[in-house]
Design a protein around this ligand. Structure first.
Ligand code: ADE
Length: 241
């Protein structure tokens, strides 16, 4: 998969692309990331990428020409996304959907926004949350990170299936050595060696955790008969954290 990022701050991607999972995906040839400096498409020695808004008002607006020329230079793109606080909220489901694109283009907005004539050139706008960032670069990095770890050969083990959100629930609590830390013991079941009991306990914890922390996800989750039974047998002492 190729991800092209159109940005006015290419320097923000240097160390990001060296993060282990992303670097491994690139090394293994399952991911290529092209950082494209929009400024290079702006003519003249001033490389004029923004201007004041028609109608007046504070701030600057990104101009059509450099952004759209940079976009046109991306060959064989099959999905173009603008990062914007006005976009649809980003989810794990969307990460899966985008990960199947051959060539994804991410356009990072800046200033007070982009000229409205740029938006119809993208397939969609995505927001990573209800807050305003200085620019779309961090949002683009969030998207690249979440996609990279879904690509085969990026994670050391294929451990994404049981993660939070993959089955619509938060992930169960995890423990490692020592078995007792400052008087707090790891739940006995995890040391029992009984895989079926462990599976049930983990599912029950996922359900309890999701109901407590993310009632919105819990409401949207359709409970199986087994999940109903696990919830029915849980009481206050069942919660491990
Ligand atoms: N650009 C500025 N704020 C943003 C947000 N919340 N999500 C995506 N892109 C943005």
């Amino acid at each position: 998969m190729t991800i092209s990022v159109l940005t006015i701050m290419p320097e923000l991607f240097g160390s990001f692309l060296q993060a282990p999972v992303i670097a491994r995906a690139i090394r293994n040839g399952v991911l290529e990331v092209k950082i494209i400096d929009i400024r290079e498409y702006a003519p003249g020695s001033f490389r004029h990428i923004d201007d004041s808004p028609f109608g007046g008002g504070a701030g600057m607006v990104m101009r059509c020409q450099p952004v759209l020329d940079a976009l046109r230079a991306c060959n064989n793109k099959d999905r173009t996304v603008i990062l914007s606080p006005a976009g649809k909220p980003y989810t794990q489901k969307k990460a899966h959907e985008l990960s199947s694109a051959g060539h994804l283009v991410l356009i990072c907005g800046h200033y007070e926004g982009m000229d409205a004539r740029i938006y119809p050139h993208a397939d969609e706008q995505i927001s990573i949350g209800d807050y305003v960032l200085t620019g779309g670069e961090i949002a683009a990095q969030v998207i690249i990170d979440s996609i990279a770890r879904l690509l085969p050969g990026s994670l050391r083990d294929e451990s994404t299936q049981e993660e939070s959100f993959e089955n619509g629930l938060l992930e169960y609590p995890q423990y490692t050595q020592p078995a007792v830390y400052e008087g707090e013991a790891v739940p006995d079941v995890l040391r029992s060696g009984d895989h079926e009991k462990i599976r049930k306990w983990r599912l029950q914890q996922s359900l309890l955790l999701t109901r407590r922390m993310r009632p919105d996800l819990f409401e949207a989750h359709v409970l199986t008969e087994e999940e109903k039974a696990l919830l029915a047998e849980a009481d206050d002492s069942s919660f491990s954290i």
